[in-house]
Design a protein. Structure first.
Length: 136
């Protein structure tokens, strides 16, 4: 029985690592899958995750969303299962960007997520990604 990618991503954002791990066992491709569609200037509402105050954009992966949710444990699972640290969405943002560009306050979880991503090879970028900081 196939499970939906969106249910998997919700488990990742909620920090439900056991659920996410079981879904990855059934659907291992979820670790690397990218969202085929996402927020645009004309269509934002259905791609906004209110609980983490973050949009999902075309090209985002579950690792992007784990980073945005400051879910270090979910990020660890995804990296172990093959999620790319350097995956870029349509705006050029990588998972590390999402961990750093928070619209909510949880400095402990945020710093743990950033430190983890850096420890496993996420690259800091010296040049600013202009498209990463504009409106959808």
């Amino acid at each position: 029985m196939a499970h939906s990618f969106s249910a998997f991503v919700q488990a990742v954002m909620d920090g439900e690592v056991g659920v996410a791990s079981r879904l990855l066992t059934i659907n291992p491709e979820f670790a690397a899958r990218r969202f085929a569609v996402g927020a645009t200037r004309r269509d934002t509402a259905k791609f906004f995750y209110e609980d983490i105050a973050h949009y999902c954009y075309q090209g985002d992966t579950a690792l992007h969303m784990a980073a945005a949710a400051f879910q270090r444990s979910s990020a660890r699972l995804l990296v172990r299962k093959g999620s790319a640290l350097d995956a870029k969405n349509r705006r050029g943002a990588e998972p590390l960007h999402y961990a750093a560009d928070a619209n909510r306050w949880n400095p402990t979880a945020q710093s743990e997520t950033i430190r983890y991503l850096l420890s496993v090879g996420a690259k800091r970028q010296r040049e600013r990604c202009e498209r990463c900081y504009s409106t959808p």
